[in-house]
Design a protein around this ligand. Structure first.
Ligand SMILES: [Zn+2]
Length: 214
């Protein structure tokens, strides 16, 4: 069985300090055997995760990216090179050409044209630990209205958020994750984090900025 946290940020995102190696250790401790690192507009963290997981048994590392588009954030999974596209439709075409899985991240946080965009992506994030419960419930009802596959992710930017929301499916390989996700053969489990987590992200941003100055 695969217990996956498919939305995690590493220090390659300005608002996180997490190192891929520590992400793996913490995930495994919590019974999470699959992680996708999906940093803001860079695949660096995802690739680092894959490198760190090399040789590990029973752990699936998925490189991803969370792209800021003109309709809002979109996650691409199974990406191994940088994506520098901001236009939503263009991004989806590109994703198709590189066989990436497209996910509409937390649809009710700063997105525009939500329903239209939701129809076009392959999967909808219906449980994001950093979203309000009301926003998650709206996302879930949108997915069910459109009959779209769903997923859950912690959107972790700190250690204690890892595994707060997981997508659970049968199987043991990266291919299983892709297939089950696209077929909607998953269950989701988890909860919303305390709003305090946003404060830690704010602090991380400052620490990252200071680190860059030195
Ligand atoms: Zn995120």
């Amino acid at each position: 069985m695969i217990i996956a946290d498919l939305h995690v940020h590493s220090y390659n995102s300005k608002d996180s300090l997490l190192k891929p190696r520590d992400i793996i250790t913490t995930a495994v401790k919590r019974g999470v055997n699959c992680v996708a690192v999906t940093d803001h507009n860079t695949v660096k963290g995802g690739l680092e995760l894959v490198k760190e997981a090399r040789g590990l048994k029973d752990f699936i590392a998925i490189p991803g990216v969370e792209v800021k588009t003109d309709v809002g954030d979109v996650i691409l999974l199974f990406v191994d090179e940088e994506v520098r596209i901001e236009r939503f439709d263009e991004l989806l075409d590109h994703a198709k050409s590189i066989s990436a899985v497209t996910i509409l991240a937390h649809p009710y946080r700063k997105h525009v044209m939500v329903e239209e965009s939701a129809r076009k992506v392959q999967v909808i994030e219906v449980l994001n630990s950093r979203s309000f419960k009301s926003a998650n419930l709206k996302a879930l009802s949108l997915a069910s209205k459109l009959n779209k596959p769903i997923m859950a992710g912690s959107d972790a930017h700190t250690m204690f958020e890892i595994g707060k929301a997981v997508t659970i499916m049968e199987g043991s390989s990266e291919d299983d994750v892709r297939r089950r996700l696209l077929k909607g053969e998953v269950r989701i489990f988890g909860s919303e984090s305390s709003p305090l987590v946003h404060l830690f992200s704010f602090a991380s941003k400052i620490i990252n900025e200071v680190a860059r100055t030195f």
